[in-house]
Write a protein that binds this ligand. Structure first.
Ligand SMILES: [Fe+2]
Ligand SMILES: [Fe+2]
Length: 160
């Protein structure tokens, strides 16, 4: 499985698959954090923030899809159980205990900053060694930078 894909890369395939699975765990946790955050949200600019959270959740799910496809191309198995997400994730799950928009946005910004660091590392790991994973990580990184900015702008609009 994934013979040519594995031969093409200049990094250890199993090490790369492990990193991609860790990012997959992050994406699923971020997806759920934003999905549930949009539902429980309270406070000013609620509908604008909820719309942003729903859009981000869809992006995180799309990132999870991209990661799972790449893991399978490389002959790996994407994480099979959500029970593994918290243990494998780099960024953990920021439970939205406080439903106020400011708290939800601050947690979102913290999560996006962690995601940015994860994809920067993945870029460094694959640079000049695995173009396909590199290009995928670059595309995702660009989205995470947009996400951080979107949340920061909303927080600023609220005067915080
Ligand atoms: Fe993401
Ligand atoms: Fe994101």
């Amino acid at each position: 499985m994934g013979t040519t894909a594995r031969d093409m890369i200049g990094v250890d395939a199993n090490e790369l698959i492990a990193l991609l699975n860790k990012a997959l765990a992050d994406e699923w946790l971020a997806y759920y954090q934003y999905w549930i955050g949009a539902k429980i949200l309270r406070g000013p600019l609620r509908s604008a923030v909820a719309a942003e959270l729903i859009e981000h959740a869809a992006d995180e799910l799309r990132h999870a899809e991209m990661l799972a496809v790449r893991i399978m191309q490389l002959g790996g198995t994407p994480l099979l159980s959500p029970l593994a997400f918290e243990k494998e994730s780099n960024c953990g799950y920021l439970e939205p205990i406080d439903p106020n928009v400011a708290a939800i946005l601050k947690q979102g910004i913290e999560g996006e900053r962690c995601a940015i660091a994860v994809y920067k590392k993945l870029l460094e790991f694959t640079k000049d060694k695995d173009e396909l994973t590199y290009n995928m990580a670059l595309e995702i990184l660009n989205d995470e930078i947009d996400h951080e900015d979107d949340f920061e702008v909303l927080l600023e609009d609220m005067g915080i």
